[in-house]
Design a protein. Structure first.
Length: 259
């Protein structure tokens, strides 16, 4: 039971939990790592030093946190495999600049620029998100957002969604086992009504469970704010982390804009 209770907090953490990056205040990582994505996304393609610096910053964070390239790729491949294949079509449909014949298709230089831009920026953005989630538990991310004065309702919805997503997933598993035990295996469109009834039952069960959870929270003195197990405090090392990233990225980005 104890392991089950703590499993949600440890979900997603990779690398060395005792590393300096893992121990940083979540607000420092929420400021520093997304800033890498913002700088990369806002830079033009010909500002290649900016992308090199962004990649070096992320590689340094991953090294200190001991997040292996295998773990990083396993987490990043899903989003990247959704974005890059779509961008790979652009060179064939966006005309402009030089062009080359590739059998019945024509490759345009302007489309290749778009492909390169999307690939580089998506890789840096996804890598920054991967490092954030690999070094910070979701509850800590939510607490950091709350401390940074994010909308209270958004923080509350995200917290409860994360907490009870595992409960709903377990309910789906039990319903699947019950369906299989009754020889129910809808594999055709004609039997899709079974899945519709299952989805309806899942919605009703989740709604009823939500009402019970809300009443239980009120009975325990819930006043609209979730309990905080320990206070957050920005230390010098947290501010130094943000300052180092800013000192590396902002000058390069400003010079790229001037150039």
């Amino acid at each position: 039971m104890d392991a089950c209770n703590h499993a949600p907090e440890l979900t997603g953490v990779a690398g060395d939990p005792g590393s300096a990056v893992h121990r940083l205040d979540p607000r420092a990582k929420l400021l520093g790592l997304p800033a890498v994505s913002v700088v990369a996304v806002s830079a033009p393609l010909d500002a290649w030093p900016v992308f090199v610096i962004c990649g070096a910053v992320l590689a340094g964070v991953a090294t200190v946190a001991r997040v292996s390239p295998v773990d990083a790729w396993r987490r990043a491949r899903g989003p990247l495999l959704l974005v890059i294949p779509v961008a790979a079509v652009v060179p064939f449909v966006r005309a402009g600049g030089a062009h080359w014949s590739l059998g019945p298709l024509t490759v345009h230089a302007a489309g290749l620029v778009v492909l390169a831009t999307v690939t580089i920026k998506a890789t840096i953005g996804v890598a920054a998100g991967v490092l954030l989630t690999a070094t910070t538990t979701f509850p800590d991310i939510v607490r950091g957002l709350e401390a940074m004065r994010a909308p209270r309702l958004l923080v509350l919805v995200a917290t409860l969604m994360y907490r009870y997503l595992f409960v709903v997933a377990d309910e789906v598993r039990r319903m699947g086992v019950a369906l299989s035990a009754r020889s129910g295996r809808p594999r055709s469109v004609l039997r899709s009504g079974v899945l519709g009834r299952l989805a309806t039952a899942l919605f009703l069960r989740s709604y009823a469970r939500g009402e019970r959870v809300h009443l239980a929270m009120l009975a325990r003195g819930y006043d609209g704010a979730l309990p905080r197990p320990y206070p957050l405090s920005l230390r010098r090392v947290d501010m130094a982390f943000v300052a180092v990233i800013a000192s590396l990225l902002l000058p390069a980005r400003v010079l790229a804009g001037i150039g």
